[in-house]
Unconditional design. Structure first.
Length: 148
């Protein structure tokens, strides 16, 4: 069975609302971000994010919809910003109860730009993946600038 290249991100409401165990979180994050990042997120990385307070501790070993969204954002932000900078942005979003709104804004911009790229070159998956990485970088930078 061939893996299909996924070049869109889901909106917040499309993420599971039930708690997910670590393996399920890793699978979902991999499914949505493997086209944009070189290395998949690992259990150790997620545990480190929890230990450092970048994301909140799971409840009963289950991660929430918000935590899943935050992990996806971390994966997108990590190539550009330091973990303390990402932690600060997520903490502010969490305090203002705006994680879902920020996630959806990033997703909307990301998916719109990816549609433009795919319309220009729908046959070249390597080019699409590279364009997606560049787009992710640009969106992260724009988002960070808007927060300043």
């Amino acid at each position: 069975m061939e893996n299909k290249l996924i070049l869109t991100l889901p909106h917040y409401q499309a993420l599971p609302t039930i708690g997910l165990y670590m393996d399920q979180v890793l699978g979902m994050v991999e499914q949505y971000t493997s086209s944009f990042v070189d290395q998949p997120i690992t259990k150790s990385m997620v545990n480190s994010y929890v230990k450092k307070g970048v994301i909140e501790k799971p409840t009963g070993k289950k991660y929430s919809q918000t935590q899943l969204a935050e992990i996806i954002l971390i994966v997108l932000y990590k190539p550009i910003f330091s973990l303390p900078a990402i932690s600060k942005v997520l903490s502010q979003a969490r305090s203002a109860n705006e994680v879902s709104q920020i996630f959806d804004i990033v997703v909307d911009h990301f998916n719109a730009q990816l549609r433009k790229v795919t319309e220009q070159s729908p046959q070249n998956e390597d080019l699409l993946a590279q364009s997606a990485e560049l787009l992710a970088s640009r969106l992260v930078i724009e988002h960070r600038i808007n927060l300043l």
